[in-house]
Design a protein around this ligand. Structure first.
Ligand code: COA
Length: 185
């Protein structure tokens, strides 16, 4: 019997609110640009939670994004169109507030290396302090993606390198196009 079936049958004896929390999770991020590493986390999380909302933060404290929030949402939607339990949104303000608004009790974050841990742990604890009903779940991407970052991908593309191994094809196309447009200006 899976935990979902146990839960349905009323057979869970402890941490019952935590089992219910597995229902809807939120994966927030900047996603400027979406990488195959992000997508790997999305796919893994979509197999664990009944529903996953991937949300682009409008104010992550990062300067000068390459793509607008709407463009990032559109690229994410195209990337997850085959995942029936995944939806894509954007939000302004606090992540915990958005999670509360959509009824997600779990925040998913990827941990690529130990170097991510300190900041991610700090954010997780701050988010839990802001809303104790919401917990953070860390997921490791496939090792092949553990060195990936959006900034590195943008830098490689900027200098004419091939990013096909690091981002979905439709993202690579838009990335090259945007960098060309920016160069012309
Ligand atoms: N594969 C590839 N790259 C990954 C990755 C993965 N699995 N996981 C993280 N990254 C990289 C990203 O590419 C990005 O790289 P960059 O710094 O070169 O751009 C970096 O790690 C982090 O990106 P991302 O996962 O998109 O998250 P973020 O750190 O930009 O997002 C928010 C942080 C949006 C979750 C956070 O700022 C937030 O919650 N903001 C809302 C306001 C708020 O609530 N603040 C209080 C927080 S306690």
């Amino acid at each position: 019997m899976t935990i979902f079936e146990q839960e349905k049958a009323g057979g869970m004896t402890h941490s019952s609110h935590h089992t219910l929390e597995r229902g809807h999770a939120l994966y927030p991020g900047t996603f400027d640009v979406l990488t195959l590493g992000h997508l790997d986390i999305i796919r893994r999380a979509s197999t664990i939670f009944r529903r996953l909302t991937v949300a682009v933060a409008q104010n992550p404290g990062k300067a000068a994004p390459l793509f607008t929030v709407d463009e990032r949402v559109a690229m994410l939607r195209e990337a997850v169109h085959d995942l029936a339990n995944v939806d894509v949104a954007s939000f302004e303000g606090l992540t915990v507030e958005f999670a509360r608004k959509i009824g997600a009790k779990v925040i998913v974050r990827g941990l690529r290396a130990v170097s991510d841990f300190e900041f991610e742990l700090q954010m997780a604890m701050m988010n839990e302090s802001l809303n104790p009903e919401i917990c953070t779940v860390f997921m490791a991407p496939a090792p092949a993606y553990s060195f990936l970052s959006s900034s590195l991908v943008k830098e490689i593309a900027r200098f004419g390198g091939d990013v096909a191994d690091y981002v979905p094809a439709h993202v690579a196309e838009k990335l090259v196009k945007r960098l060309k447009e920016n160069d012309v200006r």
